[in-house]
Design a protein around this ligand. Sequence first.
Ligand code: G3H
Ligand code: 13P
Ligand code: ZN
Length: 311
Amino acid sequence: MPLVTSTEMFKKAYAENYAIGAFNVNNMELIQAITEAANEEKSPIILQVSAGARKYAKHAYLVKLVEAALIDTDIPIALHLDHGADFEICKSCIDGGFTSVMIDGSSHSFEDNIALTRKVVEYAHDHGCVVEGELGTLAGIEDDVKVDAADASYTRPSEVQEFVERTGVDSLAIAIGTSHGAYKFKPGTDPQLRFDILEDIEKRLPEFPIVLHGASSVPQEYVKIINANGGALKDAIGVPEEQLRKAASMAVCKINIDSDLRLGLTAGIRQHMMEHPDHFDPRQYLSPARANVKDIVRHKIVNVLGSAGKA
Ligand code: G3H
Ligand code: 13P
Ligand code: ZN
């Protein structure tokens, strides 16, 4: 099956109260693990590529690896640019075979965000591609940009309708308390997403797909392995899975996960090297690392997103 946009995925997800997993990829092992798990669970899936991933692996390599996964699977797969910072990178991905792009104008003023997003939407829609916009700022780290919790701000529900109408975006990322990376909440505090904001947005934008970034749960079994092997992931805390399940049953149709895959991959390598310090064939340590990622994605699809069997 060729790459698809997320339009039909989101329509069905909204109507049936589940969400599509959007997993970040930057190498072959991640693409294989994610698509194999999704294929076995008959789940639609979004593979997303950040500017940093594109710089690391190169655009053509990632597109060709995803094309290989299409041959190997029989599920709807969308290829998405994560956190596009300007028109040029969005255009380059649209011209280069992606079916979806995010233009992240959330750090600009409301009017500048609208103007930039509108420009990307016009180009994307002329080329059969869909667009995700963002209102509100998440704390955390994207590429080399660190947003402190103090500078993060929740999405203002009063702005969403005007933003969507004036830009023509196909989906909207909002800030309701999640953040990027492995340190999402202060230790000792009660992690709580702002469902009141999500409910308000849902009322103002009926049947419109909402996106949740920074939605990793930070599985403690992998954190423990990394810490036990000389790593220093102190106080890593993620979003509780039951809150993600609740969001998926509401207007949230796309849930972004990157950090959990990084943790699983790294824990797999560290565990293997601890047990076999003499190994130096990458296939030996990348196999269990890839298996961890596949386990994580299967768990998300079945127990968190609710997208199993929806392909
Ligand atoms: O939102 C950020 C994603 O986790 C991508 O991270 O920009 O380091 O590739 P990256
Ligand atoms: P995490 O860091 O929580 O995995 O978030 C990933 C993300 O939002 C990618 O855009
Ligand atoms: Zn993000």
